[in-house]
Every structure is written in C-alpha cells, then in structure tokens.
Ligand binder design. Structure first.
Ligand code: ZN
Length: 386
C-alpha cells in the first residue's frame, strides 16, 4: 500500500497496521515462480492453497517480492542446457505476469524501481536465482542472467556443485568455493548482483565473505544459536556478514526456526512415507502432478502431527541478530510456496502485519520496523547499483 496521499491522522498514527503500511516491505524469497510455470496458477485471484498471490500480498501490504528461480539439481552438470531452460522458463513467467497485469505488478531490478512501485500502488516483482546450477559452470552466464533481470544468486542449493559446497550434503562439510567459484563472486560484484549465502556450506560462506567487495546477504536463513541446523548461520557468520554491510533475511519456515523441530519432522516424514508414496502412485498425471500430490499429503500431515510454531519465534531470531549486530542487518525472506508448513499466525503473506505487531509489542520503534521490513535491503540494493 504505502499510499503517498495518507491523511494527517494516518501519518501520525501509531496503530500497528498504519506503521506496517507506511513501511516498504520486501520479501527476499518465495518459490511462487514454479507454481506459475508448473501449475499455471492465476496470481490475480486469491488462491485457495499456497502462501502467495496478489490479493494476499496486497492484504499484507507487501511492496516487493523477490521470486526465486529454483532449478532442480538433477538438471545441473552435463544437462546444463536443461538447467538453463528451466531457469529461463521461470524468469519468462514472472516477466509475463508483470507484462500482463501492469496495474498490479512492476518488474523491478533496483531500489528506485521498488520505490516507484510503492508510489504507483503496485507490487514490485524481482528475480533471484537459487542455486547456480543454471549458470552451467560458465562465467559469461552470470551476466546473461543479470541482463535478464536477476539481482541475486546463491552458489548452491541442497546439493554441492563442483565449485561451491552446500550445507545440505556430506561433500559440503569440507568444500568451499574453488577458484572458479571465487571468480563468480567477483563477476557478481562487478555487475552489481547480490551474493546470497542461504544454503551454502560453512566454508563456502567464509570464502564468499572473504572474496566479496560488496555487502553479502542471506535471503532466507535464521540463527543456529536458536535452531541448530546446518542451513542457519552461526553468531560468527552473522557478525562477519554484518561487517560487509549485508543483511540476514529471516526465514519463516518452522524447521529453521524452532529448536528440535527438524528431528520431529524427520520422524513424521518416516511415519507418513507410505501415505506419501501411495498418493504419488495414485496420481495419473506427469512428474509435476505427482510431486504436487506428495506435497499435499505432507502439508496435511505436517499440520496434523507437528506442534505449531508462532510468529513470535521469527521475532526471536530477529532479536538475536539485532542483539549481535544491530538493527541495520536484518530483514525478511519468507520462503513461501517453497515449504509445506508455515507458522500458525504468519501462514500466508496476508498475515505479514502480525510480524510488525509482534516487533512493536517487543519495543521496536517505527524506524526499526521499517528497516527490518525492507529499508535495510533497499540500502544494500543501492550499494549494488552501478
Ligand atoms: Zn531455499
């Protein structure tokens, strides 16, 4: 929302909703591009499933969404052209969304574009590439994706590549960036593309921080001091990332937020495995349909069998980061539409004001809230502008 013609009383209001609406809210990570491509969902409608569409984004006063371009790791390596096609197809559907609905969306690549979207009452749509399987080990592809509008990339998703270790596999325990990986970081610095450390191995994290000359971001991560999972950042990492001028965007996914939750989820996954396989086998459609059938069962059973996690836990992670490095180095990255369960009271993007309410309840000022919701990321994007 953030209408520029707010009347005087709204401008002065300390009502949490008014404070939320005045802030520029930027979600650094959602997986909705795959839904656009594979399920042909109409984001102009309020969808009955998933976590994100234009109607719910407006209800939650979201101003900018980074659409994650996620490529299955199986498409990497010798099948590089397939990985690139998969990325290109997702970029095309996000661009088409903005082109077909110019009253709702503004395709954005910069902080200025986001501010323009706010002035025009639109949602800025931005692109980030998750796991650089799509650059196919070719440096020139970094610029190719920059030219297509991509403004951040993470070196690896849950599977390590030859040039970057992931936090998700055994190889990543010892692998960081090799020389090619470091040259990718330097190329991104040259172009003004943000380097995302979410999903990378600890060694890759340190290699990125020591190589990058620009602020480094985590687009959807949390704190290992609270939830001890390899995907999260240690206190030392958070301090080092803040030193680059960067931002940790806190994820909304219970597995990375709640202590012990990952183990519980593993147990539930084992319990429901036969049910999940049965749903997949019973689905007559293609691989995409089968995956959706499996996800539906997991969504239903996770909600039934796992303890609910609340938005206050997200704010615990924000608090932890603020105590370590101050309020200038924290933001938000929901991972909506990329996870099978969300927090109970921030279940979809429409509930985003509940985060602001909890921040205010804990004593954060309006200035703090506006930094956390998006102001800090605007600063980092400006630092990358050429
Ligand atoms: Zn992710």
């Amino acid at each position: 929302m953030n209408e520029t013609n707010l009347n005087a009383s709204a401008t002065e209001s300390s009502d949490p909703l008014a404070i939320h609406q005045r802030a520029i809210a930027i979600d650094m990570h959602a997986d909705t591009a795959q839904r656009l491509l594979d399920e042909h969902v109409d984001l102009q409608q309020q969808l009955s499933d998933g976590h994100f569409d234009a109607v719910r984004a407006k209800a939650g006063s979201l101003d900018a969404q980074f659409f994650s371009i996620w490529v299955e790791p199986q498409l990497f390596g010798e099948r590089g052209s397939k990985a690139m096609k998969r990325a290109d197809d997702q970029i095309a559907v996000v661009r088409a969304l903005a082109e077909q609905h110019p009253d709702t969306w503004l395709l954005a690549t910069s902080a200025d574009d986001i501010r323009r979207a706010v002035r025009e009452g639109k949602i800025a749509a931005l692109l980030g590439l998750e796991g650089r399987y799509a650059i196919d080990e070719r440096l020139e592809n970094v610029q190719r994706y920059y030219d297509m509008g991509v403004r951040y990339m993470s070196p690896a998703w849950s599977i390590s590549t030859s040039w970057a270790g992931s936090s998700g596999d055994d190889v990543g325990r010892t692998r960081g960036l090799n020389d090619f990986g470091k040259s990718v970081v330097r190329e991104m610095n040259r172009l003004g593309m943000m380097v995302d450390v979410s999903h990378v191995s600890d060694q890759t994290f340190w290699d990125i921080v020591n190589t990058s000359t620009a602020p480094v971001v985590a687009t959807h991560s949390a704190c290992r001091a609270i939830a001890d999972v390899p995907r999260n950042l240690t206190d030392d990492m958070i301090r080092a990332l803040a030193k680059t001028g960067g931002v940790v965007n806190v994820i909304f996914y219970p597995e990375h937020l709640e202590p012990g939750w990952q183990l519980l989820k593993k147990e539930v996954d084992a319990e429901i495995a036969p049910m999940v396989q049965q749903a997949s086998a019973a689905e007559p459609g293609d691989a995409v349909r089968k995956k959706l059938a499996r996800d539906r069962v997991r969504q239903r059973e996770f909600a039934r069998r796992l303890p609910p996690v609340k938005v206050s836990r997200i704010v615990d992670h924000i608090d932890h980061i603020v105590k370590l490095v101050g309020v200038d180095h924290v933001g938000i990255g929901s991972d909506f539409d990329g996870v099978q369960i969300t927090t109970a009271d921030l279940a979809t993007i429409a509930d985003l004001p509940n985060l602001t309410k909890e921040l205010l309840r804990r004593g954060y000022t309006e200035s703090d809230v506006s930094k956390i919701l998006g102001g800090n990321m605007l600063r980092v994007m400006e630092a990358h502008a050429r």
